[in-house]
Design a protein around this ligand. Structure first.
Ligand code: PGA
Length: 257
C-alpha cells in the first residue's frame, strides 16, 4: 500500500477567517510531511477560500456531501460537477451524521458514489455500526450491508484507488476510540467483502481509513495497524497543531508494523 491518507472533516465549524487560517496552517506543515496524503473538508461556503489558501501545497480539498445530479431544480443542493468546477478533489459520502440526522440510506449513498465517480471526484464512503449494533454482535453484518449497498454495481476499475472510512458511530465525537484491534478487525472484514463481492484485492489500492475520536495521543497506534490506511479526523482536525501531529503519526510507505 502507498501513502496513508489523513483527512480532516471540519463538519459545521469555522468562520471564513478561521477557515483560511486553519487551511494555511495545515498547508504550511504538509510541505514538511510528504509521507502522508492530506485532505481537508470545510463547509461548502468556505471551499473556495480554502482551495485558494492551500493552492500550490500538497493539501487537497473536498466537500462533506453533495447531491447526485449534475444540475436541475434541486433547491439548496450542490452538484458533483460544481465541486469539480471549483477544484475539489474529494467528497465525503454517507457520513453517519448524514445517515442519522438526514435519513440517508444505502441507496442514496450508492447514487451519490456513482455521481461523484462520474464527475471525476474521489468519494470517501463512510460506514460504521452504532453502539447498540456492536453490543448486539451485529457489527460485521451492518458494515457488510453498508459496504455492499454503497458500492452496488461498481466494478474493479471504478474501485481502483477507492477510499472507505470505517467510523464506528459510538466513537464519533465521544472521545471513545475503537481499540486498534477493533479497528483492524473491522477493516479486515471490509477487505474480505471487497475481495469476495467486488474482486478487489490489495493491488487495487483501496484505502480504508479509521475515524472516530482520532487524536494526536492515539493516532500512532491506530495508524500502525496493518489494515488501517489512514484516518478521517473530526474534532482534532480543527486545530493546525493537532492535525499536523496526526499527519506526522502516519505510517510511512513501505513501513511494516
Ligand atoms: P471525531 O469525528 O474525530 O470528532 O470523532 C470523526 C468523523 O465524524 O469523521
Amino acid at each position: 500500500m502507498g501513502k496513508q491518507l489523513i483527512a480532516g472533516n471540519w463538519k459545521m465549524f469555522m468562520r471564513r477567517d478561521t477557515a483560511i487560517e486553519l487551511a494555511s496552517g495545515i498547508a504550511g506543515t504538509a510541505w514538511k510531511q510528504d509521507s502522508a496524503d492530506v485532505a481537508v473538508f470545510p463547509p461548502f461556503v468556505y471551499l473556495m477560500d480554502v482551495i485558494r489558501a492551500v493552492a500550490g501545497s500538497p493539501v487537497t480539498v473536498g466537500a462533506q456531501d453533495m447531491y447526485c445530479e449534475d444540475e436541475g431544480a434541486f433547491t439548496g443542493e450542490v452538484s458533483p460537477a460544481m465541486l469539480r468546477d471549483i477544484g475539489c478533489t474529494w467528497v465525503i459520502i454517507g457520513h453517519s451524521e448524514r445517515r442519522a440526522l438526514f435519513g440517508e440510506k444505502d441507496e442514496t449513498v450508492n447514487e451519490k458514489i456513482n455521481a461523484a465517480l462520474g464527475a471525476g471526484l474521489s468519494p470517501i464512503l463512510c460506514l460504521g455500526e452504532t453502539l447498540k449494533q456492536r453490543e448486539g454482535n451485529e457489527m460485521e453484518q451492518v458494515v457488510t450491508t453498508q459496504l455492499k449497498g454503497g458500492l452496488k454495481g461498481l466494478g474493479q476499475d471504478q474501485l481502483r484507488g477507492f477510499t472507505i472510512a470505517y467510523e464506528p458511530v459510538w466513537a464519533i465525537g465521544t472521545g471513545k476510540t475503537a481499540t486498534p484491534e477493533q479497528a483492524d478487525d473491522a477493516h479486515a472484514i471490509l477487505r474480505g467483502v471487497l475481495e469476495s463481492e467486488f474482486m478487489v484485492k490489495n493491488e487495487h489500492g483501496v484505502r480504508i481509513l479509521y475515524g472516530g475520536s482520532v487524536k494526536p495521543e492515539n493516532a500512532e497506534i491506530i495508524l500502525a495497524q496493518p489494515n488501517v490506511d489512514g484516518a478521517l479526523v473530526g474534532g482534532a482536525s480543527l486545530k493546525a497543531d493537532s492535525f499536523s501531529d496526526i499527519i506526522s503519526a502516519a505510517r510511512k510507505p513501505g513501513e511494516v508494523s
